[in-house]
Write a protein that binds this ligand. Structure first.
Ligand SMILES: Nc1nc2c(c(=O)[nH]1)N[C@H]1C(S)=C(S)[C@@H](COP(=O)(O)OP(=O)(O)OC[C@H]3O[C@@H](n4cnc5c(N)ncnc54)[C@H](O)[C@@H]3O)O[C@H]1N2
Ligand code: MOO
Length: 656
């Protein structure tokens, strides 16, 4: 019984699919082929065990340049009682790797040999004196690589199902093979569909979508050991898509149809699968990726069935569907174990909600702050492919859980090596564009900067909760006109910190191109015809705005849009660009990013706050190096509205 967009649990869907594959005779390896033992066989999966045909070495071999001897003949040799051996009858010169003469059972390295007549025979072959003198006895089989030292004929070199790595190729060749049997690569067709799609590199207009899912999916298939073929974009035409799906099924082992999986008017995939064969599943209780389609269709010649997977359109959904359904299927067909990412326990940095009915695949960045491993949730949007690019791993929030509190334990399947997690610097607080530049420069030091924007106050709170190594902050104290210090006393009274000036930057009003409303100062915000977009409470920019409004005696209540809050400089600029507001306060670079105009108003200081406990190791030291680095400073100073004159000044250093 097919199930129509009625989400069933993941395990049920997988079991249903696997059973159908077994029934169709597609539950195991698809076939095998012979590959030569060269570098092109890397990553292939052995379809048969490799038993050694020969020993390696296949003869007793000298492990040193020197003289082959019989150990017995050297007995008693000492500095005071040297032993003399005659070349030819009692000793023979050998190079490393040479076979040992039949009669020999040890090698004396050349360094330990005195050649008696070397001087006389200097013009001839010095390596081959008539006599040698030894002042040390040789032990039997010293400096000899015995036959079979590495591999003994008949031993198991590698088991079936093993994925070939560079060193394996050497061992297999050494065991006497010039070719081995490996699983045939599953042939996978990837069909991108959608009238709105345009090929990569084509010009785009509003409504067009750059078609890149097929590239991601084909690359996944390649990485997992399959052979991918990308079809051209199929527009939303039922008959054409149906014809192509059938055509693909006739030639390939697996057909992946991307998008058209949900319930929209042009979402044909499930009907096509139903028409050409058997629709097994439509809808799995996972987020993102729930409208997955699993089916089996017949080849035109009725020779066999071919699985079809309808992969949801949103890029994150598409990539995760690949990991959840395509990777294990390819593993089965290749006869290897499915990928088993390393898992670690971490503590969630903030509260999240989760759809109770679904297994929720939450993308997280992972870092170690102090003794704790933290997982910070990234964007949940199924269209945000950069969330997967930035993700260090996936924390699964299982069905039945509606949310998790900050501090909850989560288990993270890692995309990265744990050593990289140790080199991750967590920055939480006010965002500044130079943090991206810093992240770029820090890669040279083997560090990774992960930053989250929660505003200056939010950053101080995160430091208090020991959830970040540093926070960017630009909180102006209206009373003293000083930055950050009074806030540190209030929010981190017991934490010694280093307060280092990072940049000075210009804050001002982002306005539309050409400044059509002639906005010049904060006074214009009280105009009837001017609308504003604000920053959230706790943001340094908000504090700065309120400070100056008060100085100018402007009542926030008269500002249209004062209550409209955004969380970043760029979000403010987006609001202006999209016409939701005429202006908003931000840094100049945010205006530049969206080709808007900028009215500079106030310079301000932006500092980094670093609790001193994180200065105990060298994780953060590259930041201080960069603050003094001419190249980095020039790059920052090149951004509009930025000054590095005070960069690196220590306002506070580990005093309360
Ligand atoms: N009424 C309902 N609407 C939607 C549902 C639902 O259950 N009921 N599910 C939503 C979810 S969740 C997903 S996921 C999407 C899946 O829809 P489709 O598989 O039909 O995909 P499209 O609508 O064609 O595309 C969605 C979106 O994905 C991007 N996209 C698509 N193809 C590509 C490509 N080849 N390369 C890059 N990006 C692609 C694009 O942004 C599309 O707008 O349905 C929801 N709606
Ligand atoms: O299933 Mo959709 O993929 O949640 O975004």
């Amino acid at each position: 019984m097919p199930v129509y967009l009625h989400d069933i649990p993941l395990e049920t869907a997988q079991a249903h699919f696997n059973k159908a594959l077994e029934r169709a005779g597609l539950g195991g390896r698809l076939g095998e082929e012979e590959v030569l033992m060269d570098e092109k066989s890397i990553g292939r999966v052995l379809s048969q065990p490799v038993w050694a045909k020969i020993c390696s070495p296949h003869y007793h071999a000298s492990a040193m340049d020197g003289f082959a001897v019989r150990a017995e003949a050297t007995a008693g040799a000492s500095p005071a009682t040297p032993v003399m051996l005659e070349t030819g009858s009692q000793t023979a010169y050998v190079d490393t790797g040479d076979p040992l003469p039949e009669w020999a059972n040890a090698v004396v390295p050349i360094e330990q040999v005195e050649s008696l007549d070397a001087e006389d025979r200097a013009a001839e072959n010095v390596r081959d004196p008539l006599f040698i003198r030894l002042r040390q006895a040789a032990t039997p089989w010293a400096h000899v690589r015995l036959m079979g030292e590495d591999i003994v004929a008949t031993q198991l070199v590698l088991p079936e199902g093993h994925v070939l790595r560079p060193v394996d190729l050497g061992a297999i060749a050494g065991a006497g093979y010039s070719a081995v049997m490996v699983s045939r690569k599953p042939r996978v067709a990837v069909l991108p569909t959608g009238t709105e799609l345009v090929e990569i590199g084509e010009p785009i207009k509003r409504g067009d979508i750059i078609e890149y899912n097929s590239v991601v999916i084909a690359a996944q298939v390649t990485q997992w050991g399959g052979e991918a073929t990308r079809y051209p974009i199929t527009p939303d035409r039922f008959d054409l898509l149906k014809q192509r799906v059938q055509e693909a099924a006739d030639q390939f082992d697996l057909v992946l149809v991307n998008a058209g999986s949900s319930a929209g008017s042009e979402d044909f995939t499930s009907r096509i699968v139903e028409g050409l064969g058997e629709l097994l599943v439509h809808g799995v209780a996972v987020r993102p990726g729930h409208p997955v389609i699993l089916g089996l269709i017949r080849r035109s010649d009725d020779s066999r069935s071919v699985p079809v997977i309808g992969i949801p359109g949103f890029p994150v959904s598409a990539a995760l569907t690949g990991e959840i359904f395509v990777e294990p299927l390819l593993a089965r067909w290749l006869g290897r174990q499915p990928n088993q990412p390393l898992e670690i326990d971490a503590s969630l940095t903030r509260k999240i909600t989760s759809p109770a009915g679904d297994d929720d695949f939450m993308r997280v960045v992972v870092g170690k702050v102090g003794e704790r491993t933290l997982a910070a949730p990234l964007s949940r949007g199924a269209g945000v492919i950069t969330s997967l690019v930035r993700a260090d791993g996936i924390a699964l929030v299982p069905r039945g859980i509606q949310g998790l509190e900050a501090g909850s334990p989560v288990r993270v399947k890692l995309y990265r090596h744990p050593a990289e997690v140790e080199k991750t610097i967590f920055a939480i607080g006010s965002h500044d564009l130079t943090l991206d530049l810093l992240a770029q420069y820090l890669t040279r030091y083997g560090r990774r900067l992960v930053s989250a924007n929660v505003g200056s106050l939010g950053g101080l709170v995160a430091l208090r909760r020991q959830e970040a190594h540093l926070a960017g902050s630009h909180l102006l104290d209206p009373e003293s006109g000083e930055y950050n210090i009074s806030y540190l006393r209030q929010y981190l009274p017991d934490t010694p910190v280093r307060l280092m000036t990072w940049v000075e930057r210009e804050q001002g009003l982002v306005v539309k191109r050409g400044n059509p409303k002639g906005i010049q100062s904060l006074c214009d915000l009280s105009r009837d015809d001017v609308s504003f977009v604000n920053r959230q409470r706790g943001a340094g920019t908000r504090v700065l705005l309120d400070y100056h409004l008060q100085k100018l005696s402007i009542d926030p209540a008269v500002i249209k849009g004062y209550e409209l809050e955004e969380f970043t400089h760029l979000a403010v600029a987006v609001a202006v660009a999209s016409g939701r507001a005429d202006c908003g306060m931000a840094v100049a670079a945010a205006a530049d990013a969206l080709e808007l105009d900028f009215v500079p108003l106030y310079p301000e200081r932006y500092d980094l706050v670093i609790p001193c406990q994180y200065l105990e190791n060298d994780l953060l030291s590259p930041i201080f190096d960069l603050a003094a680095d001419a190249g980095f400073r020039t790059a920052v100073a090149g951004l509009r509205g930025y000054s590095v004159k005070k960069m690196g000044n220590l306002v506070l250093d580990c005093s309360k």
